[in-house]
Ligand binder design. Structure first.
Ligand code: UDP
Ligand code: MG
Length: 317
């Protein structure tokens, strides 16, 4: 089979990653040298770190890495915009120079050796290669439980998503051009990428533990990320609210018929407890429904403003 063009760019979003950056950079460079040596990737391939408005020495470290070795490049955003926006900034910035881009985390939780299998899948003609975790042994019970419920919930809501795939993936230039046509402000990349299409496949990898530093995804951020994922890609929750409304209306109608009937036969009871309870129940459901609808209106509001998703302060080319 004909060899496809192979200038590889790694894109690595970094937020306050001074504890891991040097080690990560070193290990990746070693991998690059091996891949360049056997001709799998071209000599002008790069490793691009995206500084997502870090408050520590992250950007200084990226700069000094770049001075040390031109395989390292970097990109700095004007402020913290979150993992998804930082990743998109990196992908779209290197898109024109790269033939292949692999995105991964700065903490080496994504297995470096899997790059080989991803590149092989690309050579077989795949435009997108998803890294999928083979197990969650290294996760705490809580993380595993919450993550797996998250994927189930998304699937239930009709979001097309690859099970146990996060943001460790290979994309070809063609696939990236596709991604660049998505203009939404509310980013949930792992839900958007399958919408691009093209031939794609998954490769399994063993996810490691973060080797230093702390997770930048505490519980609150995780929940809001899950919520964003659903509301950015599916309108099923709104439909569920309508269905709930219909069901409640039918039940109350039957209830009404029944109460007229019993009244007619003179069995009236002073059931104010059940009355009060149902008022509170309906009130609660109404508020919840309004909240969900409000969430969508908020999303529409943000989209209509068409604000930039990120602003690049500096690019070390
Ligand atoms: N990250 C980022 N901006 C943020 C939060 C995180 O660029 O606002 C990066 C972070 O530096 C890391 C990746 O996103 O490279 C994943 O974050 P982390 O490892 O903390 O998440 P976890 O693996 O615990 O889910
Ligand atoms: Mg991590």
């Amino acid at each position: 089979m004909e060899q496809r063009a192979n200038r590889l760019f790694l894109v690595i979003p970094c937020y306050n990653e001074e504890a891991v950056l040097k080690e990560t950079a070193q290990q990746l460079l070693k991998k690059y040298q091996a891949l360049q040596h056997n001709g799998t990737i071209s000599p002008d391939s790069k490793i691009c770190f995206v500084n997502d408005g870090s408050k520590d020495q992250t950007w200084e470290i990226i700069r000094s890495l770049h001075l040390e070795n031109s395989t390292y490049t970097g990109l700095s955003l004007t402020r913290n915009r979150g993992h998804q926006n930082a990743l998109l900034a990196g992908l779209l910035t290197v898109m024109d120079q790269a033939d292949i881009v692999i995105s991964m985390d700065a903490d080496l939780q994504d297995d470096i050796q899997t790059i080989d299998t991803m590149l092989a899948a690309y050579q077989e003609g795949n435009e997108i290669v998803y890294g999928v975790r083979s197990s969650r042994r290294t996760d705490t019970f809580f993380k595993r439980f919450s993550a797996e419920s998250f994927y189930r919930l998304l699937q239930l809501m009709g979001v097309e998503i690859i099970y146990n795939h996060a943001d460790f993936r290979l994309m070809s230039k063609k696939a990236l051009k596709g991604l660049s046509q998505f203009e939404e402000t509310n980013l949930f990349l792992r839900g958007m990428i399958p919408l691009i299409g093209y031939k794609s496949t998954s490769v399994a990898y063993e996810r490691h533990e973060r080797f230093a530093g702390k997770s930048k995804y505490p519980l609150a951020k995780m929940i809001s990320f899950a919520f964003d994922g659903i509301t950015s890609l599916s309108i099923r929750p709104i439909r569920m609210i309508s269905n709930l409304g219909i069901i409640i209306s039918i039940i109350s109608l039957l209830f009404l018929v029944w109460s007229i009937f019993t009244h007619y036969f003179g069995y009236t009871v002073d059931g104010w407890t059940s009355l009060l309870a149902s008022i509170w129940l309906v009130g609660g459901l109404e508020m919840l429904s309004l909240g969900v609808i409000g969430e969508y209106i908020g999303k529409i509001y943000n989209e209509t403003k068409r604000r930039p998703r990120y602003i690049i302060e500096e690019y070390l080319d």
